[in-house]
Design a protein around this ligand. Structure first.
Ligand SMILES: Cc1cc2nc3c(=O)[nH]c(=O)nc-3n(C[C@H](O)[C@H](O)[C@H](O)COP(=O)(O)O)c2cc1C
Length: 343
């Protein structure tokens, strides 16, 4: 009898936490608010096959790979299922982020605030170790999938993000959840990466259809194109990681009609500077530039650095080239830069 009462109490408690739309009994981490209360219990029974109790086999990242990678972290197989569909639709390679210490059912039991996943989410600088080596070499597009944990990406995603360089890569985040939206989780990861062109992410349910995914893939392809600005320096096309800010958007608008041709001059032994001919929105902040940085100076001039300087600029982007190539390209006389919008 006591057992039956206890069972009823447990069921009622679970419903209060995640099933009935009321606030979770446990305090929500201040930095990781849950946007919505999940409507389905995310932690499956431990005996479920999909549950990852040991690192799953990781697909070989062979040399003859696609230039699109679908990368995911998934503990109960939901995000992985969506990732598999995206990979099939895009012909992409698929790789999982495997935790060095696998998450058990108990680790994921969020109704208890002392369990591992919840403790990690409550610890902003927690960086769970990753078991597998993952290379982004040769990829220009990465679909990045993860489950929502307490309104944010699991901390292991930050471990991955902070140990990889996304320069020259378009990153397209996606997530699964009980019901919460992607919230700020994609922006947080983009800020932690500090490189790459990050698109707005999207939340999917585990049973999202191929049709819905295909529509999203088409949209993201469009968004990627829209953000594309083609840059040449003395006629040589160079890849640029553009910032996502109003100055870059205004620059894109300016270049869509006709290419912007800027006659640049070497200045100070560390930069090339040239006038745009009109002012763009600016949001200057004190910056110490690195070779390859592209900034807006005084609202109406573009500066590209082959050395370094400290001044108040608005960051526009960065040449996706090694420092030595930047010096060769920019440090040997005045250059003509063309910027062409493809919006
Ligand atoms: C610790 C933890 C916290 C969670 N927090 C949320 C949340 O804030 N909002 C939500 O809708 N779902 C939440 N969930 C549910 C998961 O996001 C959901 O089950 C997800 O699809 C699991 O994906 P996976 O199987 O790929 O790991 C949480 C799950 C866990 C384990």
């Amino acid at each position: 009898m006591k057992k039956q009462i206890a069972l009823v109490l447990i069921v009622l408690l679970s419903l209060t936490l995640f099933g009935c739309g009321s606030s979770p009994a446990q305090s929500i981490p201040t930095d990781t608010p849950i946007q919505e209360t999940p409507t389905q219990t995310p932690t499956p029974a431990p005996e479920q096959d999909a549950f990852q109790t040991e690192p799953p086999a990781v697909e070989d990242q062979n040399s003859a790979h696609s230039n699109v990678l679908v990368l995911c972290f998934s503990t109960t197989g939901t995000t992985k299922g969506v990732a598999e569909k995206i990979a099939a639709l895009t012909g992409a390679d698929l790789v999982e982020i495997v935790p060095a210490q696998p998450y058990t059912a108990e680790d994921l039991y969020y109704n208890d605030r002392t369990t591992r996943a919840t403790v990690e989410q409550n610890t902003p600088d927690a960086r769970p170790e990753i078991a597998n080596e993952i290379s982004l070499n040769g990829y220009d597009t990465v679909y990045l999938g993860y489950p929502i944990w307490w309104g944010q990406a699991p901390r292991i995603m930050s471990t991955f993000i902070e140990s990889h360089d996304f320069t020259g890569i378009t990153v397209i985040p996606f997530c699964t959840s009980g019901s919460s939206d992607i919230g700020q989780s994609d922006d947080t990861l983009a800020a932690q990466a500090g490189s790459g062109g990050w698109l707005q992410g999207r939340r999917f349910s585990g049973n999202v259809s191929e049709d819905e995914l295909q529509m999203w893939i088409n949209e993201t392809g469009g968004a990627k194109e829209k953000r594309a600005l083609r840059v040449t320096i003395n006629g040589n096309e160079v890849a640029v990681d553009w910032e996502d800010n109003e100055s870059v958007r205004a620059l894109l608008e300016l270049c869509v009609e006709q290419p912007l041709v800027i006659d640049m001059s070497m200045y100070g032994g560390f930069e090339q500077v040239g006038s745009i001919g009109q002012s763009l929105p600016r949001n200057d902040s004190q910056t110490t530039t690195q070779p390859g940085d592209i900034v807006l100076y005084s609202g109406d001039q573009i500066v590209i650095f082959y050395g370094s300087n400290s001044w108040a600029y608005t960051k526009l982007g960065r040449l996706a080239l090694p420092a030595q190539e930047v010096t060769e390209l920019l440090g040997n006389g005045d250059v003509v830069v063309t910027i062409e919008g493809k919006g």
